[in-house]
Design a protein around this ligand. Structure first.
Ligand SMILES: [Zn+2]
Length: 262
């Protein structure tokens, strides 16, 4: 069995503290690589620094999260394009649409999201999408701008019907440990019905903390340590009635394929 890949986290987040000790714990837990997602232009350089310091471990993703859409400054599209070209393994993330929050409004979020889809498609890069209570706006955005060939719905919590509308467009779906909560069992049911080759695993650390019984690396403030990934994987494997080794190998291969990484 090869190591796990965390398909989505935010290691640059200051709440995680010392990156070196976090990464050491991840490696000790058997994690081989991770996709580190920026959230706004302000943290692109932090993600870039991590990728430079740990080139064999960190694959950067640069983008503007819907919660930060209002912070986009003129010329961001050119700066984002230049970064993506500079790092050939990088992807766009985290971008998306969110109606769970009121501000910034979906009207502010949408053009920022559509521009990121366009750049991802032009450069043939994967896009990691956050979509919360905004499925119809997402499909509307795809009518304006077709998504790139492959894109990841991270911490996917949509229905199987939504998944079936997304799959022909190139969607992949990542599972985060937060959905191991008993009251979120509907999400596991959806993952049971997804084509196995489209399933990825993520932590979304430092957010989306799994329930305490699946947390091998507790952090103060109930933050999610990215080294919790193997426990999340093993628990999901049980729920999907497959072996831990099979799910680890499958999701690793799916992540390599989704992000076209080596
Ligand atoms: Zn995230």
């Amino acid at each position: 069995m090869s190591g796990w890949i965390d398909a989505h986290n935010h290691l640059q987040d200051a709440r995680l503290g010392d990156h070196d000790s976090i990464i050491r714990s991840m490696r000790e837990a058997g994690i081989e690589k991770c996709i580190v997602n920026a959230t706004r232009e302000d943290d692109w350089s932090k993600v870039e620094s991590l990728a430079i310091a740990h080139p064999d471990f960190i694959i950067p993703a640069f983008g503007i999260h819907p919660w930060h859409a209002h912070t986009a400054c003129p010329g961001w599209q050119e700066r984002l394009t230049a970064l993506l070209i500079k790092y050939p393994q990088s992807s766009i993330g985290e971008c998306g649409l969110d109606r769970w929050i009121d501000s910034p409004s979906i009207e502010i979020q949408t053009p920022i999201f559509i521009d990121q889809l366009r750049i991802a498609r032009e450069l043939n890069r994967c896009a990691t999408i956050h979509c919360l209570r905004a499925w119809e706006p997402l499909f509307d955005a795809f009518k304006h701008q077709a998504p790139p060939e492959k894109f990841l719905l991270h911490s996917f919590n949509g229905s199987i019907e939504i998944a079936h509308r997304l799959i022909p467009l190139g969607a992949r779906f990542s599972f985060s440990g937060y959905f191991l909560k008993p009251e979120k069992s509907r999400t596991i049911e959806v993952f049971r019905q997804l084509p196995p080759e489209l399933i990825l695993l993520e932590t979304d650390a430092p957010d989306m903390t799994p329930p305490a019984e699946f947390t091998t690396h507790p952090l103060a403030g109930n933050l999610n340590h990215p080294a919790n990934l193997p426990a999340i994987s093993d628990t999901l494997a049980k729920a999907l009635h497959t072996s831990p080794e099979h799910l680890a190998d499958l999701t690793r291969a799916n992540t390599v394929d989704c992000f076209t990484i080596s």
